[in-house]
Design a protein around this ligand. Structure first.
Ligand SMILES: Cc1cc2nc3c(=O)[nH]c(=O)nc-3n(C[C@H](O)[C@H](O)[C@H](O)COP(=O)(O)OP(=O)(O)OC[C@H]3O[C@@H](n4cnc5c(N)ncnc54)[C@H](O)[C@@H]3O)c2cc1C
Length: 332
């Protein structure tokens, strides 16, 4: 009989792991949100869409390129070649070239996750709250202490602080990893009220990134949708502030930086990412690269996710891929 594995989180790391282990184990994914995606989610309101987490990604490793190839062929993943600028409150904007391919999923960033998920057993709107070991098996419970089943293995792909809270590892396991917050401001603005560039890297401002999301490949260019991300420092300093006030301040900065008239902003929403971007993970004292996952084979517990390798979409994939390779090598 195949071993059973519970995977916590249906972002790119959780889905990659489930996909790669699906022939070797009976897998159930638990996801607390209503949909797939995690930090590659797409927010919808009526016809408008905002990719309020990751906006694009790079693909450097052969394994990630191999995963993407069929989805590039099918159009679920598209290379993005934006007209990108750099903004600074004190300087004239200047154009900023990109030197390697950047990709987006279409019609929203969660498109890649939808494309890799068919056939997987996913329980949505199910938050894993606790795990208990009982006669060699792990029992999982939700936030109402309802049982979610018994499993041989439990693997968390949740962001670091959520994994840390849930998984019974020594506190020292998490040394060297970290995550920072970010606010995502989402605006509805007519396209003709916006500048000609598609996205901007921002310096010396509470905002660090602005994108005219509706101009990403595969979106409806008529439905002006702006995504602006704050810096981690600004988000950390204002994390518990009144959210309407935060929305107002960030919208003012957006208007000042872009020259868009405040009256042109038809609607503003905010998302507070408490755990947005992972901090760099250092090589060990001997200069070895980080392993990329946490594994306790004796207790059959593991964790993976972007934070194991210093953040970003490709890191989430690589972490899960490396863990899957290791588990297959050791026969789980
Ligand atoms: C604002 C922002 C901008 C970004 N920009 C970029 C970018 O431009 N390029 C780039 O490459 N990367 C970017 N990133 C980072 C990128 O989004 C992540 O590296 C990647 O999506 C992480 O994937 P993951 O699977 O490791 O984690 P997640 O996507 O966070 O998936 C973890 C999942 O676990 C679920 N979960 C957590 N706890 C529980 C629980 N107890 N029970 C059940 N489910 C649970 C969560 O709901 C979530 O869906 C950005 C992130 C943010 C937030």
């Amino acid at each position: 009989m195949k071993p059973s594995i519970a995977i916590i989180g249906a972002g790119l790391a959780g889905l990659t792991l489930a996909r790669e282990l699906s022939e070797h184990a009976d897998i159930t994914l638990f996801e607390k949100a209503r949909g797939l995606g995690g930090r590659m989610s797409t927010r919808r309101r009526e016809q408008h869409r905002w990719d309020h987490g990751a906006q694009f990604f790079t693909a450097r490793s052969r394994a990630f390129k191999t995963l993407l190839r069929p989805f590039i062929d099918s159009g679920a993943v598209v290379e993005w070649q934006p007209n990108i600028t750099t903004l600074n409150p004190e300087q004239a904007p200047y154009k900023r070239p990109w030197f390697e391919p950047h990709y987006v999923a279409a019609p929203g960033m969660n498109g890649l996750l939808k494309a890799i998920s068919p056939g997987l057993n996913i329980a949505l709107q199910t938050r894993v709250e606790t795990l208990e070991q009982h006669q060699g098996k792990w029992q999982l419970f939700d936030d109402k202490h309802e049982p979610l089943g018994e499993f041989d293995w439990v693997i968390s792909s949740a962001p670091l602080p959520q994994t840390e809270e849930l998984m019974p590892f020594e506190a020292s396991t998490w040394a060297g990893f970290g995550m920072l917050p970010c606010y995502a401001l989402m605006l509805k603005v007519d396209d003709h009220d916006l500048p000609v560039w598609d996205a901007a890297q921002v310096n010396d401002s509470p905002l660090r990134w602005i994108a005219f999301n509706h101009r990403l490949p595969g979106r409806n260019r008529e439905l002006g949708a702006v995504v602006a991300h704050s810096t981690a420092n600004w988000a950390a300093a204002h994390l518990e502030d009144d959210q309407e006030q935060v929305t107002h301040i960030l919208t003012e900065h957006f208007c000042a930086l872009t020259g868009v008239a405040p009256e042109a902003v038809q609607e503003a929403q905010l998302h507070r990412w408490r755990y947005a971007l992972a901090t760099e993970v250092e090589n060990d004292p001997l200069g070895h690269e980080p392993q990329g996952y946490v594994l306790d084979s004796e207790r059959k517990l593991a964790a993976c996710g972007d934070w194991c390798l210093g953040g970003r979409v490709e890191a989430a994939f690589t972490s899960a891929h490396r863990l899957a390779v290791q588990l297959k090598q050791q026969g789980l």
